[in-house]
Design a protein around this ligand. Sequence first.
Ligand SMILES: *[C@@H]1O[C@H](CO)[C@@H](O)[C@H](O)[C@H]1NC(C)=O
Ligand SMILES: *[C@@H]1O[C@H](CO)[C@@H](O)[C@H](O)[C@H]1NC(C)=O
Length: 298
Amino acid sequence: MSLAIVFISFLLYAESNAAFANTTYPLVIWHGMGDSCCNPLSMGSIKSLIEKQIPGIYVNSLMIGSNVVADTLNGFLMNANEQVDEACEKIRSDKQLQNGYNAMGFSQGGQFLRAVAQRCPNPPMRNLISFGGQHQGVYGLPRCPGDDTSVCDYVRKLLNLGAYIGWVQDKITQAEYWHDPLNEAEYKKYSVFLADINQEVSINSTYKQNLMKLKNFVMVKFLKDTMVEPKDSEWFGFYHPGQAKTTFTLQESDLYKEDKLGLKSMDSDGKLHFLSIDGDHLRFSDEWLIENIIQKFL
Ligand SMILES: *[C@@H]1O[C@H](CO)[C@@H](O)[C@H](O)[C@H]1NC(C)=O
Ligand SMILES: *[C@@H]1O[C@H](CO)[C@@H](O)[C@H](O)[C@H]1NC(C)=O
């Protein structure tokens, strides 16, 4: 009698575990500028919302550096390539991510996680969700987030001084996705991060192969964004060269038409998803997140 019960409980346990293993992948989160892995008001609250919606899910909210203060500062003052290297290393050495993971990037965390997908295919990223990420960079930093804007104000001064000056480009995170449409040639020549991951310097076929391994690439654009210029960058569009007024879409770009990064192929396979929210930068409700992201892509 009791043996039978033990046996049945074992079966139920095994079955629930199998079903669980089949449907739930762990999640990696990368925060935006001025934020950190573990701020209870931002990434912390998103992490707990997801843990409530998907019981048992493992969430790794990336910390770049060894503590929360360093993590916040590194979002301004650490070379983006080194940040991506560190993220790759943390993902590679996290045993719970070894069978693959989904990824959610907020603001600059969006383009940084795309770089992770392109450069570090193991373990495999499955779905990449970019919230207000700047995939064609920014030309402007209209305001600084948070209460303490001193570091960000310093960064703005340096960007005004010249984003493509060697040491600024090398040291300032935002300079590395600074995209000056009045100086496309300089951007292509001096941008150490964005121009590289966007195949502007030369075509790295590994980047294309790796990005195409994603099951889905979701780009969320905030239609009333006051932080990102131009907003079109959140859907991989940008200013036409030579001016900063009119913009082109991803589908109108050479990057897409010549399928340099695999985005055109991914689009025809139904892997690209362009979502929009009628609000300011990173403003969305729990209900929106649950319905449009958690239930569909996690
Ligand atoms: C996992 O999902 C697939 C496809 O939905 C299904 O065919 C398979 O039986 C599932 N495996 C387990 C162990 O639940
Ligand atoms: C292409 O990208 C891969 C992955 O990051 C890298 O290992 C390789 O060195 C790059 N190739 C070139 C020619 O830059």
